[in-house]
Design a protein around this ligand. Structure first.
Ligand code: SAM
Length: 502
């Protein structure tokens, strides 16, 4: 090959060739696509970094926005990274079973950073509309960058094997020979103990037929794996649903103060930035509205208490609703940091002149310190969060059955303290974002058994949709259990207890 002063070059046979055809000079190269860029693309890398941080204890919903900002990813790239991050975390139960099969070794024998790369690859191949060859080769490029050249060969081999079967074929393979609960746990990527707890909650809710129970359980597990829409609340007196609709949201048919944002960043809406509105699950909206609507002691200016209120989403709604009834909300939280968050959440309400008292303390002691004081008390108890799994992709893998034991003790003590703090004739709403029977019906049953001054009231009539009708499918009562697969809300539990007048 020789240079030619007129441009271009001569090939081995002496023929004149244009410069653009010189090997390596033009756009076309002899390298395979995955080799052109030695590293992974920025969106996949962001997903991997966030998943690694989550493995070290971070929360995906806090880590991802930071990582997107640092990588300067926006629009479709940010959407791709988000789906990949959340999907790979959420579905890792299924992917790990498939990876084990394809790798021929337990995932415990795969280096965790490499395993995370494989999960990212598996999600693209099995659950996203990324063509299998692109998913595999791009993930191998990522592996080369973040795991090293040696590991990338392994990643390549495992992902190629995964591409050989469809998702359905893999599910049949990895669930074969398992009992029903285990098979559902693997297929729908939930820990088996969580599947058992959800099944128990559905049964307690009145589904006794085994086939019906199975159908409902599958729908619930599927709903847990579907990314939820962004729900907004217009805090009464501070913002309106119409204002949110004007900003691009759609009015909710379920919550009278709710709207759904079809896309975009909620922080772009001025009302949200100013805390006159906020992101809040519609189930959370309904429980606050229900307590506000309940008849307590008939006093003109009531005193309400939110006993364990951080970060203050329900407190903000209750504070505005209380103000509309000339009542005052007292807010308590055990953690200083979360008390600060409450103040921030309440800032628009406070700035508008709404009277609301915020304090830090152990809610378990408040009943003894301030007995027979409040007309209404909300106990939105610390819980496993098994009803909000669709929002917190890592939560299902972090929780253990031991948490249930610790939390139920605390829940029982908080409810007892709330009942002590309530005035005779007053109301206590016991709420969880878990449907686990040990955290819901059992806590209420124990409180009623322990004391002779409590009755449970039918809460269903208090749940009103945007048209003013009673919310459908609330079960046999007297307590209310909302469900993601039925109401498209988090699985909030609500019990209304009244303290008897002695
Ligand atoms: C489920 S969250 C409440 C959510 C809140 N209602 C909202 O809508 O934003 C439970 C809260 O209880 C707090 N907590 C835990 N133990 C407590 C205690 N002993 N006394 C008071 N608050 C407690 C937690 O710090 C947490 O902020």
């Amino acid at each position: 090959m020789s240079e030619n002063p007129s441009g271009g070059y001569r090939d081995a046979k002496g023929r004149q060739r244009p410069e653009s055809r010189r090997h390596g000079a033009g756009k076309r190269t002899a390298t395979r696509p995955a080799d052109r860029r030695r590293g992974g693309d920025p969106a996949r890398k962001v997903a991997w970094q966030v998943i690694r941080a989550v493995a070290d204890g971070a929360y995906a919903n806090l880590e991802l926005p930071k990582a997107l900002r640092t990588a300067e990813l926006h629009g479709r790239d940010a959407g791709f990274a988000t789906e990949l991050t959340y999907g790979a975390i959420r579905m890792r139960g299924l992917y790990d079973a498939i990876i084990e099969f394809a790798a021929g070794r337990p995932v415990s024998q795969i280096d965790p950073p490499v395993l995370d790369t494989l999960r990212i690859g598996a999600h693209q191949i099995l659950n996203m509309r990324v063509p299998a060859h692109a998913a595999a080769s791009e993930t191998v490029a990522l592996a080369r960058e973040v795991n090293g050249a040696g590991a990338s060969g392994f990643v390549n081999a495992v992902l190629r094997r995964i591409t050989e079967r469809t998702r359905e074929e893999w599910i049949a393979e990895v669930t074969a020979g398992r009992d029903r609960i285990d098979a559902l746990a693997v297929e729908h990527s939930h820990p088996a103990w969580v599947v058992r707890a959800l099944r128990g909650a559905l049964r307690a809710g009145g589904i006794t037929d085994d086939a019906e129970l199975d159908t409902a359980l599958v729908k619930l597990l599927e709903a847990d794996n579907a990314p939820p829409a962004v729900s907004l609340v217009a805090r009464p007196g501070l913002a309106t649903v119409a204002e949110l609709v004007e900003a691009g949201a759609e009015a909710s048919t379920l919550s009278p103060v709710g709207a759904t944002l079809p896309g975009g960043d909620p922080a772009d809406i001025p009302a949200v930035r100013q805390t006159r509105a906020a992101v809040q699950d519609e189930g959370s909206q309904l429980v606050a509205l229900a307590l506000a609507a309940a008849d307590a002691t008939g006093t003109d200016a009531e005193e309400w208490l939110d006993l364990c209120a951080g970060p203050g989403g329900k407190a903000a709604l209750l504070a505005t609703l209380a103000a509309q009834q000339d009542s005052v909300l007292f807010v308590n939280e055990v953690s200083e940091h979360r008390t600060d968050l409450i103040r921030r959440t309440l800032s628009a309400a406070i700035d508008s002149g709404i009277e609301v008292m915020v304090g830090t303390g152990d809610g378990r002691e408040l009943g003894a310190e301030e007995p027979d004081t409040y007309d209404k008390v909300l106990v939105d108890a610390p819980c496993t969060g098994l009803g909000a799994l669709r929002r917190r992709p890592e939560a299902r893998w972090r929780r253990t059955p031991a948490d249930v034991t610790t939390l139920t003790r605390l829940q029982g003590e908080l409810l007892g303290s709330a009942l002590d703090a309530a005035k005779p004739g007053g109301l206590v709403a016991y709420v969880t974002c878990s449907p686990h029977v040990a955290e819901t019906a059992e806590i209420v049953r124990a409180a009623v058994e322990d004391r002779d001054d409590v009755t449970v009231e039918d809460a269903r009539p208090l749940f009103r949709d945007a048209a003013g009708e009673q919310v459908a499918d609330l079960g046999d009562g007297p307590t209310v259990q909302l469900w993601p697969h039925v109401h498209n809300t988090d699985a909030m539990f609500f019990a209304l207890l009244r303290k008897k007048i002695r």
